[in-house]
Design a protein around this ligand. Sequence first.
Ligand code: ADP
Ligand code: MG
Length: 378
Amino acid sequence: MNNGTIRTQRPKKVFNVEDNEIVAVDDLDVTVDNGDFLVLVGPSGCGKSTTLRCIAGLETVTSGQILLNDRDITRLKPKDRNMAMVFQNYALYPHMSVRKNIGYGLKITTDLGRDEINERVEETAELLEIEELLGKKPSELSGGQQQRVALGRAIIREPEVFLMDEPLSNLDAKLRTTMRTEIQQLQQDMGVTTIYVTHDQTEAMTMGDYIAVLNDGELQQLGTPLTCYHQPRNRFVAGFIGSPSMNFLSVARNGDVLEHDEFTYTILSETIDNIGQTSKRLELGIRPEHITIVEESVTNAIQTEVEVVEPMGELSYIYISIGEETHTASVDGDIRLSSGDSIDIEFPEDKIHLFDAETGEAVKNSAQTKAAEPVSRT
Ligand code: ADP
Ligand code: MG
């Protein structure tokens, strides 16, 4: 199977809408090595689809370059880029059978004969376990089956790169989880470089070797899912990656003490050298899963009241109030708590993040012992 390394060099895409300029993609540099799976993730409208469409050649960049294996392909037509794209709405031809849908790309772009095409269609269908659907029309298929056909249409071309734009968004939650695993498996087996777009951080975390977090057309961070989780570069990434989201509390530094309106937090270790001058405003970030319930006597214990308990089974989400603010903690499902209970909590120092309140840049991240490199795939 072919492989491709994609590199974007300061691509910018500006749309002119009436008198307004919309900068959809703003100098977004990413590199995806041979066979890697990169997920572009970010909120709706942040430029994910536009970035993917620029890589596919469906949009022309306003400036910057797209490279495939170090070759500048910025001006090539989509059909000359050897990439296959899978869309959210599948875009199947309604009047064609599944067999024809899958084989159509080969028919128009290669000079393979009918028998050869049929053979390739059957191999692809077998891979996706949709052999029995070959004679059917798209309208006779379920959403999941249509999605498989759309994948088949991409796979059969043996592209150097797969581009997928929210391919699972139209499926129900259960099927989405199944298809997530299947796409990952397929991508690993085929070893084809893949760029996958989603707004769903769970999909990004579970599927990507690397994730690129986007906001407002700009790259916020490119790293492994665990790096983005443990070492978010800024407040945006910290708040976007992880579910439920990280809690943020506004504090001011006073020597070794972080002062919040409702509590003080004494930093005990020597890790605060780089958190800026005294009285600087900071945002303290703590993930729900890192908040612990403690005895009142513990250093830095904070008294809170339980507002709501959401049992999830193995764990419970509890909504707790600190002064006027509500924060989320995730605790062992066996702990019996009800709304109105008063509890003491702690933010373990090795788990807190601190962000410059003005710039949002991380000034301290949680301690992370293991390097968050993707599991090697040999
Ligand atoms: P995402 O896929 O992350 O939701 P898009 O890439 O679709 O975001 O859009 C990024 C920004 O570019 C949005 O503000 C969107 O309105 C704008 N945009 C996208 N396509 C066009 C277009 N063809 N014309 C004008 N504006 C567009
Ligand atoms: Mg989109």
